[in-house]
Design a protein around this ligand. Structure first.
Ligand code: ATP
Length: 300
């Protein structure tokens, strides 16, 4: 459905996307995951024909001529501009008309799409008066008015509250169940977890591709989760055989090669410094651990 072969993009001598290769199959929910500036938006822009690659080859729906593809894909860009002075329904009708659908087609489809995106109760509300989450759903609804087989979404839930994010993902799942392939970029690890497969992007390169489960299983280290009030843990544990320390909310994830002896050493160091250990246990890696470790290897 999508194939990228050694695709690159250079902006004024800076390599924003660096020789990435990737294949997405029909029916997938595929996530492009990475921090701000990783190159996600540039990649999606090239896949949707908005931007031309500096190198490599992109095939979407069997075509390399992006002009022929555009009619069959949906694209919800990072900053979608709605007409704030039009209602939800008017925005949708306008989008349908732009795609050349007839009035009756638009009404039928708009009602279906608004029902699926849970916007039907708000169809007469001015777009300007919608919450952030509802605006994103309207952007999604607008992107569906020409019934694309393949939908690209660029960080659709950035800045949206957690409950609305969950609702938005329920809509994406429903859409996927009706046969739409979804390619979505996100900086959020909890959203990465919801994708069938993900690619981690860092500094313009893909550092890993697989299912969330596979990526966690391939993680080569062990994690000690530590709860302590220490504010200088890195310095205090400088003499202990640990690979990395990252804060996880109010806890730390300490990356180690071996659990028992390292945990004992940590306990000894903190005990002798008089720093209480509130909790310490081994935990399985979460995607964030995997990503932090890959980002570190790639050099940040
Ligand atoms: N039109 C442009 N001209 C010059 N540099 C650009 C342009 N678009 C992006 N860049 C640069 O390319 C790099 C990748 O940016 P990109 O927007 O693709 O990343 P991103 O992962 O989508 O992050 P964000 O969430 O911030 O959009 C950044 O360093 C950015 O400054």
């Amino acid at each position: 459905m999508i194939r990228l072969e050694a695709v690159g993009k250079v902006f004024g001598g800076r390599q924003a996307v660096d020789a990435i290769s990737l294949a997405v199959q029909p029916g997938e929910i595929f996530g492009l995951v990475g921090p701000d500036g990783a190159g996600k938006t540039t990649t999606i822009r090239m896949m949707t024909g908005v931007m031309t690659p500096s190198a490599g080859r992109i095939t979407v729906l069997g075509e390399q001529d992006m002009e022929r593809v555009k009619a069959h894909i949906g694209y919800v860009p990072q900053r979608f501009s709605l007409y704030g002075d039009l209602t939800v329904m008017e925005n949708i009708r306008l989008m349908g008309a732009l795609y050349g659908s007839s009035g009756r087609e638009i009404e039928l489809l708009a009602n279906d799409i608004l029902a699926m995106t849970q916007l039907l109760p708000f169809k007469e509300r001015l777009a300007a008066n919608l919450s952030g989450g509802m605006k994103q759903k309207l952007a999604l609804a607008a992107g569906l008015m020409h019934q694309p087989k393949l939908l690209f979404l660029d960080e659709p839930t950035t800045g949206v509250d957690p409950v609305s994010r969950r609702e938005f993902w329920q809509v994406l799942y429903r859409l996927n169940q009706t046969g739409t392939t979804v390619f979505v970029s996100t900086p959020y690890m909890d959203e990465a977890e919801l994708c069938g497969r993900i690619a981690f992007m860092h500094n313009g390169s893909l550092t890993a591709v697989g299912t969330p489960q596979q990526l966690k299983e391939q993680y080569p280290y062990r994690i000690i989760e530590l709860e302590t009030n220490s504010k200088a843990l890195k310095r205090q544990l400088a003499g202990v055989a640990i690979r990395d320390i990252n804060s996880f909310g109010d806890k730390y994830h300490i990356v180690v090669d071996e659990y028992e002896t390292v945990a004992a050493a940590i306990k000894q160091v903190l005990d002798s410094a008089g720093i209480p250990i509130l909790a310490m246990r081994e935990v399985k890696p979460v995607l964030e651990d995997v990503f932090v470790s890959l980002a570190g290897e790639g050099g940040s």
